[in-house]
Ligand binder design. Structure first.
Ligand code: 0T9
Length: 376
């Protein structure tokens, strides 16, 4: 791994020192310029759909078992983008822009024959402190919809940043019979390694789950270098049938950033060595002032071009405007209103499906989509 330039060493070392013993909201910390990314966290939900045909194909599964495997295949195929794409595009993991309350990100993946329909994305930053991002991805023609939200709890341990993802996603599939199948998706833990060398990268750890309303359950275990396969980014998924289905579980093994297979039959399961498709977004001058790329335009340009003074100045302007807004609301006794989502304290779908695999925690809050995105 590449070491950072000598002139950046001092600021990086003092940043690492301030990380030690730190718990709370990492995203609000000031980091040295070379580790800043020009992309806001509100753009990250797009990683869920960079292979829109896999998302659409979930609806083509002919029974519960096939659809369960199709959901797992799509899920595993998103991990490379979610967790390694900054290393590929920028040389290391970087600190994303910390979204402001009310920040929006809209996009879509165009219709193709394989996808059967257009796939649309609506993202809203529903909390600033702590940062919480809510999203909804839909292929209405195929009847496949994903709704979720995301927050993080971070701590520092053994030289790495440990990130516990808080939040979940729910995928619904409309069946030809008119019924609806639901899948509760929990999120893996992350460890950010390579900090000492100034080139951070993510490894996934522990276990995440995909629980279907049909009773099928995928249990996905993540391991890094030196564990079950010896390779980084390894996983092993066990797909358990509901108790009334007399059948042995499916097992899938591989590395999530490349390929995986069923070790008994040798049949390939997923392959992300092929091209993905980034989300399509309106040109910046057609976006409204809350849309991420317009809002952060000057900051992002500064970061990309190494003009950190301009970047810092416009970042302060945005943050000051936000503070003023919060003061005005406090003075007027009003509250910021969410645009596309409604917050609920206990998610009934999470509770109902979570009970089937003893989810921890047993309940979570959620953001319900209001069906009023720009694509509706
Ligand atoms: C949801 C994803 C999440 C967001 C990011 C931890 C992190 C913020 C959250 C979990 C997406 O579906 C998947 C991928 C990457 C995650 C980010 C990686 C990261 O480093 C940041 C945190 C807040 C930092 O910026 C830490 C400081 C930095 C110097 C390390 C590079």
């Amino acid at each position: 791994r590449k070491r950072k330039h000598a002139s950046q060493k001092g600021s990086w070392t003092s940043f690492l020192k301030s990380l030690a013993g730190f718990t709370g909201d990492l995203s609000a910390m000031t980091a040295p310029p070379f580790i800043l990314s020009p992309t806001s966290l509100t753009e990250f939900p797009a990683y869920w759909c960079e292979r829109p045909e896999l998302f659409a194909k979930i609806a083509d599964g002919k029974d519960e078992e096939e659809r369960t495997l199709a959901v797992l295949r799509w899920f595993i195929s998103t991990l490379k983008g979610q967790y390694t794409s900054r290393n590929e595009s920028m040389g290391s993991e970087k600190k994303p822009l910390n979204p402001v309350l009310g920040e929006l990100f809209y996009g879509y993946w165009p219709e193709t024959a394989e996808r059967g329909g257009k796939t649309t994305l609506v993202v809203e930053q529903v909390s600033h402190h702590p940062p919480i991002t809510a999203y909804r991805i839909a292929n209405e023609v195929k009847g496949v919809i994903l709704t979720g939200h995301n927050a993080q709890k971070t701590s520092f341990s053994g030289g790495s940043i440990i990130v516990k993802q808080v939040g979940h996603a729910i995928l619904t599939v409309k069946l030809p019979s008119g019924g609806i199948e639901e899948y509760l998706i929990t999120l893996p833990r992350l460890r950010i390694d390579g900090l000492w060398y100034g080139s951070p990268y993510i490894e996934l750890t522990d276990t995440s789950y995909i629980q279907s309303s049909t009773g099928w359950l995928s249990q996905i275990e993540y391991k890094g270098k030196g564990y079950f396969s010896g390779k980084s980014h390894s996983f092993k998924a066990t797909v358990l049938p509901p108790s009334h289905v007399r059948q042995s579980p499916h097992v899938i093994e591989g590395t999530w950033h490349t390929t995986s297979r069923d070790p008994r039959t040798g049949a390939n399961f997923h392959d992300v060595t092929t091209l993905k498709e980034e989300v399509t977004v309106a040109p910046i001058d057609e976006q409204n002032e809350w849309e991420s790329r317009r809002l952060w335009g000057i900051v992002a340009k500064g970061i990309r071009e190494g003009d950190f003074e301009t970047a810092a100045r416009d970042k302060s302007r945005i943050e000051n405007e936000q503070r003023q807004r919060r003061r005005d609301e406090a003075a007027a006794g009003t509250k910021w209103e969410l645009k596309h989502f409604k917050h609920i304290d206990n998610c009934p779908t999470y509770e109902r499906l979570g009970r089937l695999f003893n989810s921890n925690p047993p309940t979570e809050d959620a953001y319900v989509y209001l069906n009023n995105g720009p694509h509706n």
